[in-house]
Write a protein that binds this ligand. Structure first.
Ligand SMILES: Cc1cc2nc3c(=O)[nH]c(=O)nc-3n(C[C@H](O)[C@H](O)[C@H](O)COP(=O)(O)OP(=O)(O)OC[C@H]3O[C@@H](n4cnc5c(N)ncnc54)[C@H](O)[C@@H]3O)c2cc1C
Length: 442
């Protein structure tokens, strides 16, 4: 049996490894257009900042490892250019030569593409997007020559790149058409903005960049009213599912433009699976909806599920609540589920609880705090969204994420086993307090 996987990132290599484990005799071929497989784009900002010394540190396993240890036929610098699902064939450029390969099973694991408002902006050698490890290398090299850097977009990647650039002493300006970290509601977003400004980053909110020009010396960014010049610009205005190949092959797409898959990660075409940043999955916050969740844990698990099903082990990927976390310097930022803006748009009957809380016993040094906002649905009494900004947020976000995903009521969350000792949490920790406030109120 022959399996072809298009894309050697998290989802693709996870699928490939799973098939190998379940079907030791199968033939597995991976086409990857970049020079790396099994790599961590998530580490790119930290490579640019110099916290990660070598690009290779971001590679979990090399193509050689996959070929020799897992008998997976990995081809880097090889691009799949079309798929004929009727003939079960993939046309690809492999090592510069066009070839056609037959498959029994196919996995689309083509990831996401950075959104580029205007393709001509990329004609400048001073403008960058971040997708592959190679992009990180380009930015790191170029950053040595520049002083003033613009980041366009203050989502996760924009904030991480702003942290990296200011960390290496660049003058950074970040442009965002909404607010910093738009997944956060205004009041928590403001905390992140404050932290960025404290570090010397100029934050331009409500600024929609509608032109970007390279005048031969500088990149000039404008919203039609104001213009600013920079030595370099990083575009980080979001990502979209990379689905052109699948779309041309006649694979059905979903409401968010991602590949439509069932819980086995099977597409609308028999024997053709998809996984990772190119699919949309069940929304586990609000039943019956789909969600586009371009995040690494989801990509790995979806690849695992696709590979398992191909290997004959029928398992399901249930969906996602979209839990995500990042930081700017000492300020940690986490979100899961939906924010208040979205809850209002959806007309949900919710109750927002917002608290500021210590992250350790009040007498235990150092003093540290967080701001937590949790939305509870009034009818079901379950949390539907949470945002945390501050210190030591990871464990609290995990607890709330599980509460949202598994529909624990405020009462169940209040009584949940949350451990305590002075260095780690107050005895009434923020998660318990937020649940109690709602539980007493409603
Ligand atoms: C800067 C940055 C920071 C991030 N930080 C985080 C984080 O902290 N936490 C988190 O959860 N997520 C983070 N992410 C997102 C995370 O990296 C992705 O969710 C994850 O990599 C998705 O895995 P994937 O396999 O679906 O896609 P990818 O890892 O993008 O892999 C897809 C691969 O397919 C290849 N490909 C595409 N088309 C073709 C073709 N036609 N032929 C051959 N090959 C093809 C591409 O070259 C690519 O290597 C970050 C992403 C970036 C860019």
């Amino acid at each position: 049996m022959k399996v072809i996987i298009i894309g050697g990132g998290a989802a693709g290599m996870s699928a490939a490894s799973r098939v190998r484990r379940l079907l030791p005799e199968s033939e597995i071929k991976v086409f990857e257009e970049s020079g790396y497989v099994s790599y961590a784009p998530c580490g790119v900002p930290y490579y640019v900042e110099g916290l990660v010394p070598n690009l290779d540190d971001l590679v979990t396993y090399t193509p050689e490892f996959f070929r020799s240890e897992r008998k997976i036929d990995v081809h880097i610098h090889s691009q799949a250019i079309s798929v004929d699902v009727g003939a079960s064939e993939v046309r690809a450029i492999v090592d510069g030569n066009e070839t056609i390969e037959k498959y029994d099973y196919l996995v689309f694991a083509t990831g996401a593409l950075p959104i580029v408002p205007n393709e001509s902006w990329l004609n400048s050698t001073r403008v960058f997007t971040i997708r592959h490890l190679e992009d990180g290398e380009k930015v790191r090299l170029y950053s040595k020559e520049v002083s003033d850097v613009a980041i366009i977009g203050a989502g996760y990647i924009g904030v991480e790149m702003a942290e990296a650039m200011s960390g290496i002493g660049k003058r950074v300006t970040i442009f965002e058409m909404k607010r910093v970290m738009p997944v956060l509601d205004q009041e928590l977003s403001g905390l992140v903005k404050g932290e960025m400004e404290k570090a010397g980053v100029a934050v331009k909110e409500g600024f929609r960049v509608d032109s970007l020009e390279d005048n031969g010396k500088k990149v000039v960014i404008s919203n039609g009213k104001e213009s600013f010049s920079f030595d370099a610009a990083i575009l980080a205005v979001g990502v979209k599912p990379n689905v052109e190949l699948a779309k041309k092959a006649g694979i059905r797409l979903g409401q968010h433009g991602g590949i439509d898959v069932n819980n086995n990660m099977l597409t609308s075409v028999k024997n053709v699976y998809a996984a990772g940043d190119n699919v949309e999955v069940n929304d586990l916050v609000l039943q019956g909806r789909k969600r586009y969740v371009p995040l690494a844990p989801e990509a790995n698990k979806e690849g695992y599920v696709a590979g398992s099903n191909i290997g004959g082990k029928a398992i399901e990927f249930p969906g996602s609540v979209g839990a995500a976390v990042t930081k700017f310097n000492g300020l940690e930022i986490g979100t899961v589920g939906i924010n208040e803006e979205e809850a209002k748009q959806l007309g949900l009957d919710y109750y927002p609880v917002k608290i500021q809380h210590n992250v350790r016993a009040s007498y235990y040094p150092p003093k540290g705090g967080l701001t937590m906002k949790v939305l509870f649905e009034k009818r079901t009494k379950v949390p539907i969204g949470a945002q945390i900004v501050g210190e030591q947020i990871w464990g609290r976000l995990v607890a709330l994420s599980l509460g949202i995903q598994y529909k624990l009521t405020a009462e169940q969350l209040f009584y949940a086993g949350i451990p305590y000792a002075p260095p780690f949490a107050p005895v009434w920790d923020s998660t318990i307090v937020a649940s109690r406030i709602f539980y007493e109120k409603i």
